[in-house]
Design a protein around this ligand. Structure first.
Ligand SMILES: [Zn+2]
Length: 281
């Protein structure tokens, strides 16, 4: 069964996210487990967590993913930033487990003027520590749009980190807009897509792709500017997505939309319907 959904709002409480999902016809969702712009991440109380789990079961919404706060920077050269980032990501993994989500999708962050190898080692150490101390739940590294010193914009880098951490619960979330903007996937022809799948397999391993953020891009290839657009309305375009979604390797994964929506209210039914049709072709 196709798993197509979106990032949905939790305003009014996490169980409201399920109402949002039902409204737009999503059967998989991503939510913020806590404020994306705050350093605190209170665990939901047991009742709230149970209600959310029951709602997801009732409407057959799974998997659920959490998106980590944007503040997290595991590679930062600044003071205690790596430590507090590690603690916050750990907290979100705990929230994910409490609400029976599959895991947390996160960006590694910028290494600034920190040396590349040192930054990678620090990231590896942090991820190993989080996955060792929290016994359940997955972490998914999302590729970034990739200006300069951001860690995790190339498949090589993500693959190397996943490999060196060497834990089964660490995988990859591919964001199509970021891939286009960072330049790791600019050719959305059938050949370009099948080459890209080979690269994923070479550098990361096919089995490590656990989710897809399906977004078109407002900005051109290699722009390093992260601006999402509705599916088919951006620089990747309708044909590009048709080619991408003709690959079972991609349409068999949970697909999460993070698009602005036709009314600018976030991902909507129309975008989901467009994607569904493309997957069936
Ligand atoms: Zn994304």
């Amino acid at each position: 069964m196709l798993k197509i959904g979106a990032h949905v709002s939790t305003s009014g409480g996490i169980s409201n996210a399920v109402n949002e999902a039902v409204k737009i016809g999503a059967n998989t969702i991503q939510i913020f487990g806590a404020s994306p712009v705050q350093w605190k991440a209170p665990l939901p109380d047991k009742e709230t967590a149970l209600e959310f789990i029951a709602q997801c079961e009732k409407y057959k919404i799974n998997p659920v993913f959490l998106h980590a706060p944007y503040l997290i920077n595991l590679a930062s050269p600044k003071g205690n930033m790596p430590e507090i980032s590690r603690a916050l990501l750990k907290k979100h993994l705990e929230i994910s487990n409490l609400i029976k989500a599959q895991g947390v999708i996160f960006h590694i962050g910028s290494r600034g003027d920190r040396n590349k190898e040192e930054a990678e080692n620090l990231v590896i150490k942090s991820l190993d520590e989080i996955l060792s101390s929290v016994k359940d739940g997955k972490l998914l590294i999302e590729n970034s749009a990739g200006a300069g010193n951001l860690v995790g914009s190339s498949l090589e880098e993500i693959g190397s980190i996943i490999d060196k951490v060497g834990k089964e619960r660490l995988g990859f979330c591919l964001d199509t807009a970021h891939a286009f903007e960072s330049g790791i996937l600019t050719d959305f022809s059938k050949e370009g897509i099948s080459d890209f799948i080979k690269k994923i397999d070479n550098f990361i391993g096919k089995e490590k792709l656990w989710a897809i953020h399906l977004n078109d891009s407002k900005t051109p290839a290699n722009s390093n500017k992260d601006r999402h657009e509705n599916i088919g309305q951006g620089m990747i375009g309708r044909d590009g997505f048709s080619n991408f979604l003709s690959e079972k390797f991609f349409y068999s994964k949970p697909i999460i939309l993070e698009v602005p929506g036709y009314d600018n209210n976030g991902p909507d039914k129309k975008n989901i319907e467009i994607v569904k049709k493309m997957c069936n072709n």
